[in-house]
Ligand binder design. Structure first.
Ligand code: SF4
Length: 94
């Protein structure tokens, strides 16, 4: 099974973000209640691999319709700001 790709992330202040794309090898999403990007890090440095696109390594939001056994099965996700949070925008309550 391929890990879903992060198609777009508008959170430019994250260290893994360049040009509205995620370059973390694998992000973790959420806890049991909220679909936030758990890998988000606001710092002046830039990290990740600029030549690869981020993927979803794990998702802990079991009540999303794309979630099976705490893995994301969506073909891809987008991430962005929701008020003060940094959230998976593909989250859809089951
Ligand atoms: S998906 Fe998460 S880790 Fe990747 S750039 Fe966006 S906020 Fe950062």
């Amino acid at each position: 099974m391929e890990m879903p790709v992060v198609r777009e992330c508008t959170v430019e202040e994250c260290v893994y973000n360049r040009d509205q794309a995620c370059h973390a090898q694998a992000i973790t999403v959420g806890d049991m209640r909220h679909p936030h990007c758990d890998t988000y890090l606001n710092a002046p440095a830039k990290g990740g691999d600029p030549n690869s696109t981020g993927r979803v390594g794990a998702c802990k939001v079991a009540n999303c319709r794309h979630n099976e056994q705490f893995e994301c099965r969506a073909p891809g996700i987008t991430v962005g700001h929701v008020e003060s949070a940094v959230d998976c925008m593909t989250y859809a309550p089951a």
